[in-house]
Design a binder for this molecule. Structure first.
Ligand code: MN
Length: 269
């Protein structure tokens, strides 16, 4: 059954994630042959660790890979991509807070657009472990490949580990795209803005225990995001947090940092 693993892992009573409509998956799968391009997205996900979920539509669902370091535009930089369970098509524009359970943390829609396979048979390419494709997103464009490593890559495991690699073309470059363009293409916000709009207090009362990440880099990042989200919610400039941790309440500064990128359309669920 499609999306079986996706559904098994989640409790939709407590998670705001889409529950996965099988009729919709079936409908989209049937429509696929008439389409020249299909949906793709990258969701930046701060859970127990920060990673980027790369998803491409195929047979009515989103084939998914978790890329710990995110995509690189530099063809010399191969990024580990762990193949994970298929996600529902509707998941592709999801952005929000998962308060607890599997994947608990914050999800940001980091990029979205369309993809076109560069091979005649996607299923055969996936089976072979070598899928070439072209992306047309806001941040990621041009020719790319996903190659299965067969577990030969350090940090990878078994046949779930693939590499995401940019091909050399006019869209390749040395700019670190995750640092250069860190925000959402849906809300234009950062993690703290997404948390502030949703449930900024979700992990606040619980110093430790219930937080998806407490130690290490992800834990430190989450702690700062929680603090900044609380500041946004309270109408204090979140910019004050790094320099003045005990900043007094003040009118919220004009948030020039959340200006919309030209071309980035606001989308609703
Ligand atoms: Mn994820």
């Amino acid at each position: 059954m499609p999306l079986e693993k996706y559904k098994q892992k989640r409790n939709f009573q407590s998670s705001p994630e889409p529950s996965g409509d099988l009729a919709l998956a079936d409908k989209r799968a049937k429509e696929q042959k008439d389409k020249k391009s299909l949906f793709f997205c990258v969701q930046k996900h701060l859970a127990s660790h920060l990673h980027y979920d790369f998803r491409i539509e195929h047979h009515g669902v989103l084939l998914s890979w978790a890329v710990p370091k995110g995509p690189s535009l530099d063809p010399k930089t191969k990024r580990l991509a762990m193949h994970v369970e298929d996600h529902p098509f509707e998941y592709g524009t999801f952005e929000g807070v998962i308060p607890e359970g599997y994947g608990a943390g914050i999800v940001m829609l980091w990029d979205q657009g369309t993809w076109i396979p560069e091979v005649p048979d996607v299923d055969a390419a996936l089976k072979k472990g070598d899928l070439k494709f072209t992306l047309d997103g806001y941040k990621l464009k041009g020719s790319w490949v996903l190659v299965r490593t067969g577990g030969r890559y350090p940090g990878g495991s078994g046949d779930r580990s693939w590499l995401l690699i940019k091909h050399r073309d006019e869209w390749a470059g040395e700019v670190d795209i995750t640092t250069f363009a860190p925000k959402s293409v849906k809300s234009d916000g950062d993690f703290e803005d997404i948390l502030a709009q949703d449930r900024p207090d979700v992990w606040e009362s619980d110093r430790g225990g219930g937080r998806p990440a407490t130690g290490g880099e992800a834990g430190a990042m989450l702690a700062k995001i929680i603090e900044r989200a609380a500041a946004i919610k309270a109408g204090r400039p979140p910019e004050s947090i790094e320099s003045k941790p005990s900043a007094k309440p003040a009118a919220r500064a004009k948030t020039s940092s959340v200006k919309r990128k030209p071309g980035a359309k606001r989308r609703t669920k």
